[in-house]
Ligand binder design. Structure first.
Ligand code: NAD
Length: 270
């Protein structure tokens, strides 16, 4: 497993498993058991997904040392603000049944709340309750408004990112600010499978389209968190370490960009 180093020196496994819409029951437990057995150690959850308890339970049942895991959770929009965020964090911690969280994110920019919420994250970081802090769904103007008020810079920005929404300018801005770029919906919620170029490249590299897109993320230094609860897909998505996409093909995938979202627009949502 390749890792990405954050601006505080923390190493993040570059591929994780997203658990949005994975439930909080038996299916989630089975999916996480397969994922841990396959080698995943990075799990992306959120208070909003209502399955932090299931993630905590699966970690405990795995028998794997807590220090081996990289767990992300996020403060939901309605819980933002300084005091509310601290309260929401304690709830997440209790549900995850863990002494700390690896990465805590502001789930969406909520107008007027970003600075107070960020101050709460800085407090949690200084207290040692989280190993890294960051944001999600922050466009460049959201970051430009927040950064002057940061004593600690966000370490990650988690955004919608896939071949139809590449956001090169935002990637470059984050890189200049030493904020690592993390892709949500990397498989376009299943939309990547019908893109003709990816079908061609899949034949060329003898890899599935999912593997190709995730490998494109890895080679672009992007952290990626595809979701699946199907054992064979969980394993398939992890099997991306034994091939290289040529530079010219990476660019062809970049050029598929249409600025097309499958999720909400951060300027409207939140
Ligand atoms: P995704 O792009 O990961 O696509 C998931 C879909 O693709 C599922 O239907 C899954 O069954 C299918 N799939 C996965 N692997 C496959 C394979 N190998 N072959 C065929 N089909 C496959 O979409 P997502 O779930 O929206 O995003 C991934 C994760 O990102 C979420 O689970 C969540 O953790 C995170 N996320 C974060 C935000 C945010 O606002 N921060 C928003 C959405 C998602």
């Amino acid at each position: 497993m390749q890792t990405i180093t954050l601006n505080n020196g923390l190493q993040v496994p570059q591929l994780g498993l997203g658990v949005w819409q994975s439930g909080n029951g038996e299916l989630l437990q089975e999916a996480l058991a397969v994922a841990f057995e396959t080698g995943y150690r990075h799990i992306d959850t959120a208070a909003f997904y209502h399955n932090e308890a299931g993630v905590g339970q699966a970690m405990k049942h795995s028998g794997i040392d807590r220090a081996q895991f990289f767990i992300t959770t996020k403060v939901w929009n309605e819980d933002q603000g300084y005091a509310q965020t601290l309260k929401a964090f304690e709830r997440s911690l209790a549900l995850l049944d863990s002494p700390y969280i690896d990465l805590y994110l502001i789930h969406w920019p909520v107008k007027g709340k970003e600075r107070d919420t960020w101050k709460a994250l800085e407090f949690l970081y200084r207290e040692g309750k989280v190993k890294a802090i960051g944001v999600s769904n922050f466009l460049q103007h959201h970051l430009e408004a927040l950064l002057p008020y940061c004593e600690i810079k966000p370490m990650i920005n988690q955004l919608e990112h896939h071949p139809y929404l590449v956001q090169k300018d935002l990637q470059d801005f984050c890189r200049r600010q030493e904020i690592r770029f993390e892709a949500w919906s990397p498989l376009m919620q299943g939309g990547v499978f019908t893109i003709p170029l990816l079908q061609e490249l899949s034949l060329k590299y003898n890899k599935t389209i999912a593997q190709l897109v995730l490998r494109w993320n890895i080679q672009n230094s992007i952290i990626s968190i595809p979701k699946s609860i199907h054992p064979e897909r969980i394993k398939e998505n992890f099997d991306i370490w034994n091939f290289e996409i040529e530079a010219a093909d990476l660019q062809l995938i970049d050029h598929l960009d249409k600025a097309q979202r499958v999720g909400p627009d951060p300027d409207v949502f939140g």
